[in-house]
Design a protein around this ligand. Structure first.
Ligand code: B12
Length: 145
């Protein structure tokens, strides 16, 4: 069993200037023993792709709250799906994904069909995200802080 902590990249879409969502997710992950590469706000798609090819990444976490999520995440996911399979972790998405914040079940389903492993867009998002992290086999190598 590896003693290395699992690695997550935390990112957003290129139009999104909000940062505390990213810091919050970084903290949640670090408290559960993950190593986090936080790419910061207004992240170019190319930087996200580069981050996956340069490190061994176990999870890509996409957070967006400015309301452009539904419009911009398809292009981001498409670029990630072109990364070679050996460097491509599961991609999860969450935040305020539309201009009015919420999205409906059909939109969640459409995002899953597109290739997101999980979509966390409800008030219980953080709890559901923590349960998801516990369900990942990589988490078993992590030591909670
Ligand atoms: C601070 C702020 C700003 C600051 C950001 C500064 C910075 N350095 O971050 C500034 C002034 C730059 C800004 C700008 C804008 N903002 Co603003 N902003 C806020 C504000 C007041 C707080 C955001 C924040 O920091 N929250 C704290 C973090 C920790 O919480 P959070 O972001 O909500 O994230 C939580 C959840 O969403 C969830 N979550 C988020 N992502 C993910 C991902 C996963 C995987 C999971 C599990 C969970 C999860 O977990 C987090 C913890 O609970 C919110 C309103 C509010 N009270 O939330 C508006 C808000 C996000 N902004 C909004 C808007 C519209 C804008 C602008 C478009 C305004 C404009 N017309 O210019 C611009 C967009 C700029 C851009 N290019 O992105 C809207 C978004 C609407 C929507 N999507 O529902 C909000 C909700 C205000 C509103 N009610 O209308 N904003």
């Amino acid at each position: 069993m590896s003693s290395q902590p699992p690695v997550a990249v935390v990112t957003t879409i290129s139009s999104d200037a909000h940062t505390w969502n990213l810091v919050y997710l970084q903290t949640v992950l670090e408290e559960r023993g993950w190593q986090v590469i936080n790419l910061g706000s207004c992240t170019p798609v190319e930087l996200v792709v580069e981050s996956l090819t340069e490190s061994d990444v176990d999870l890509l976490v996409v957070s967006t709250v400015n309301g452009h999520g539904l419009l911009e995440v398809p292009a981001l996911l498409d670029a990630v799906l072109h990364v070679p399979a050996r460097s491509r972790p599961p991609v999860v998405l969450g935040g305020k994904l539309s201009t009015h914040g919420e999205i409906n079940d059909e939109e969640v389903q459409r995002l899953r069909e597109m290739g997101f492993a999980e979509v966390f867009a409800e008030e219980t998002a953080i709890d559901a995200f923590c349960s998801y992290l516990s369900s990942l086999s990589v988490s078993s190598t992590a030591t909670a802080a």
